[in-house]
Structures are given as C-alpha cells and as structure tokens.
Design a binder for this molecule. Structure first.
Ligand SMILES: [Zn+2]
Length: 408
C-alpha cells in the first residue's frame, strides 16, 4: 500500500514544522503544545502510520495538535467544497478532531501557519481515498470482495482526476486502459501516417474502424473508472459509456475482418457488416437501461458482450464452408481470431466470476483483482486482433484486384 511513502513524506514535513516551532522566537517550541487537551491527540497520525521512534512520535503528536488548531471553517475552505458537505470524506482522525478547537495556533507566525496548512493538505491527500467497503454509499458498492482502499464520493472532477495518481481499488483499472489507449493511439498514428504508396487510403479507412473502436473503448473505460466515485449520476452516465465502448470495439473489430475475408464477395460482406452493426446497436441500447449496470446483472452483462463477439462464428463458418478450413487458418487468420475470442471470453468469465478476490476477499483490493485481469485480457485480445487483420489484409492485397467471377 501507499501509506509508507506517504508517511515518509509526512514525517519530512513534520520535521520541518518542528524546526519551525523550535527556531521561532514567538513560540515556545513543541512543549507548549502539550498544554492542549489530551483528547484526540495523535489520532491524525494514526491514520497515516505509526512513527518508528520516540522522537518522531513526539513530533507527530505536536504536529497533530498543530493542525487541530485550525478553525473548522478554514479547514473546510482549504479542503474544498467536497469536504464540508459530507463527513465521510475526511480522514477519521481529522473528522473527530476538528470541532471546538479554534484557538491556540492562530497566534503562530504566518510561516508556520502556512506549513501547517500544507501539512493538513497532505494528511488529507494521504487519507481521503481510503475507505472500507461497508462505509460506501450503495451506488459505489460494486464488488463486495474488495474490502479496503475504496475512494469515497468526491463530487469533484478535479479530485477524481487527481486520484489517477493515487493508490486505491480503481488505480489498476484506470492505468491498464489508459496505457492501452496510449498504445493504440500510437499504433493508429503510425499506421495512418504511412505514405500512400505503402498503405492506401482504403486500407487506412477500413483499419480506422478498428482503431476507433479500440481507442474509444479504452478511453471510455479509463475515464469511467476515474470518475466513477464523483457522484451517482456521473458514475452511472460514464458506466453506460463504458459499456458502449465494448460494443464499439466489437463492431470496429468486425469491420476490417469482414472487409478482407469477403473482399470480393459483396453480398455476404454487406450482410454481415449490417448484422454486426445491428447487434452492436442492440447492445448499446441495452447498456442504456439503468439496471444493466447493477451488480446483480454482472453475468448478464458478460453474457451479452460474449454473445455479441460470438456472433462472429457465423461469418467464420461461412468462410470455412466456402474456402475450406486450412485456407481459413492460413489466409484468413482464423487461428488469431479464435485466440482473440478465447481471450475475450476468458476475460469476461473472470470478470463475471470475480476471481481471484471471491476466493480471497480483501487480498486483491488494490492489485490483481478480476476487473484488472479482464482489462488486460481486453488489451491482449485487441492486439491479437490487430495482428490477425494485418495478416488478412497483407494476404488479400498480394492477390491484386478481384476477378469478375467473384462478384457473382
Ligand atoms: Zn472496466
């Protein structure tokens, strides 16, 4: 977990603050803080870890008292509008310490006050995103097997996007598809900027459908995982976009595959393209249904998207029947397509079954939870598909133009 590094940084801060108190002629050093009420001392420090030595313990206690001395309203303003509205956004220690403590440090010179302010910000930043599953509102309780490290509702896009760089249950989900998006943006940029003598505009247009699907899917996904904790309304909206992204990736994946597999056979090509667009649209419409995103429909969601992907069995069988099995393997990248389908299906099953956290609840709160594994499988499947359609395209283009007989 992240607490150790946060603690290191915080103890650096406490040291500098201690120096401030000791050298400041207007203040009686740390010992004066011992006069403050005993109640609640050191609780804030407990939130971010226990000091290792007696000396740092003293400093941290003094420190804790230091930030206790802010007026509650000042702290509210400092922490932003998110905090004042809902109690559960503050670290537990801060929350208990704030009321009624308004006086003692108001007289400290401004330099120390600024440092204390900095410190409060950092304590808050270190502790705000840690919440136990049972403390979450119902709409954030998506997975009962992830116990700790949940972000709490923020009502702030800024706070959500800052949390990308923090460690919590969604960090892995955000970064897997954020990096996946960057990778596919890079591949698309490379592919689409090749000179036309190397890759013609028709190929670029057809592959663009796949790139669009992959990039939109991963973008919607990482943005959804980032803003999921904003509020129920925002989380629900981006959750729907996330599901739309899966449907768009599936449609986008079918376009180049059908285009090159049935390159010279207009009728099946158009029929299957229309079919996948129709089925994908149904998936998008179903995704718009509010209840679709609820935890109890997880298997239904996995089933719907597996079914959409498996609709590709029909054109694949068509190709095998007309051209033969070995032809399909060697020239239509059937092997790669089967591998891609397996990756999607295994990923979706892991997603629906919530393995491994179901077997070891609380052990995969941060890393290696089912959703992250599912994300990695989606990226792997998209790469396999890109490789597969590149092979089909290369083969098809070496054959030259369609001969007239193939149009019949
Ligand atoms: Zn996801």
């Amino acid at each position: 977990m992240f607490e150790n590094t946060e603690v290191d940084r915080l103890s650096e801060d406490t040291s500098s603050m201690a120096a401030c108190y000791e050298t400041d002629p207007g203040h009686d050093s740390l010992s004066s803080l011992q006069h403050l009420p005993r109640q609640g001392r050191g609780q804030g420090a407990k939130q971010v870890g226990r000091p290792s030595s007696r000396q740092s313990n003293d400093v941290t206690e003094g420190q804790t008292n230091g930030y206790k001395s802010f007026k509650a309203e000042e702290l509210g303003a400092l922490l932003g509008p998110d905090i004042s509205s809902e109690d559960d956004k503050l670290p537990l220690g801060l929350e208990e310490d704030l009321p009624g403590v308004e006086t003692s440090l108001l007289n400290v010179p401004s330099k120390c006050a600024e440092q204390a302010e900095e410190f409060v910000k950092k304590v808050w930043a270190a502790g705000w995103n840690v919440a136990h599953h049972h403390t979450l509102p119902d709409w954030l309780k998506d997975n009962d097997f992830l116990l700790r490290g949940h972000r709490v509702p923020t009502n702030s896009f800024m706070a959500c996007f800052k949390s990308i760089f923090r460690i919590h249950t969604e960090t892995g989900n955000i970064w897997t598809h954020l990096l996946g998006m960057i990778a596919f943006l890079g591949i698309a940029a490379y592919f689409l900027t090749r000179p036309s003598i190397e890759i013609q505009w028709q190929e670029k247009a057809v592959f663009s459908a796949f790139f669009m699907g992959a990039i939109l899917c991963m973008t919607f996904s990482w943005v959804f995982h980032t803003v999921y904790c904003h509020s129920e309304r925002v989380g629900r909206f981006f959750n729907k976009l996330d599901y739309c992204g899966i449907a768009l990736l599936t449609i986008g994946s079918f376009v180049p595959w059908l285009y090159y597999s049935f390159y010279c056979r207009l009728e099946p090509k158009v029929t299957y393209l229309a079919l996948i667009i129709f089925l994908g649209t149904i998936c998008i419409v179903v995704s718009m249904w509010d209840k679709f995103a609820q935890p109890q429909y997880r298997p239904l969601r996995a089933g719907v998207f597996i079914a959409l992907g498996l609709s590709g069995v029909v054109p694949a069988m068509h190709y095998v029947i007309t051209d033969g099995f070995w032809h399909a393997i060697n020239f239509a990248a059937l092997g790669w397509l089967v591998l891609m389908a397996l990756l999607y299906i295994v990923g979706a099953v892991i997603y629906a079954a919530r393995i491994p956290e179901r077997i070891f609840p609380g052990k995969f709160d941060i890393w290696f939870q089912s959703h992250q594994i599912f994300h990695v499988f989606v990226i792997a499947a998209a790469f396999v598909h890109y490789h597969g359609i590149s092979e089909i395209a290369n083969y098809r283009l070496t054959l030259g133009d369609c001969i007239a007989r193939e149009f019949e």
